[in-house]
Design a protein around this ligand. Structure first.
Ligand code: HEC
Length: 97
């Protein structure tokens, strides 16, 4: 079995690999995009597009869903499955990529 202790390698590792070891924002974003695919012209999806939202807006919406400040159907259940730090990381990631 391959065991790697990322936490012990920060001196040698790049900052990127350290962040990656803690939160895999790309993997989380992959889930989001199952539903929030880029909007297509003429599509009648009831799932809002994230394209025109800033990282801050996405992050705030996720926290509001998680803490039941924003009524919704599905996102509150989903957001509760992630830590606040994970939600912030995925908001950043979605905004950049
Ligand atoms: C199973 C489908 C599904 C998945 C997976 C999903 N969403 Fe959503 N999302 C929705 C729906 C539906 C809404 C509308 C609010 C509601 O009813 O929950 C929404 C709303 C949102 C909004 C609010 C947008 C606005 O303009 O108000 C944000 C931000 C958002 N989602 C981000 C995410 C992120 C980030 C992820 C990944 C962690 C994600 N969503 C995963 C279906 C999904």
């Amino acid at each position: 079995m391959k065991r790697i202790c990322y936490a012990a390698a920060p001196v040698a590792g790049s900052l990127n690999s350290i962040a990656h070891a803690e939160i895999d924002a790309r993997a989380i974003a992959f889930n989001c995009r199952n539903c929030h695919a880029e909007s297509q012209p003429g599509s009648e999806s009831s799932i809002p597009s994230l394209e025109n939202l800033s990282a801050q807006q996405i992050r705030q919406a996720l926290l509001d869903f998680k803490y039941d400040k924003k009524p919704a159907t599905l996102m509150p259940r989903l957001a509760k499955g992630y830590s606040d730090a994970e939600l912030a990381a995925v908001a950043e990631y979605l905004n950049r990529n």
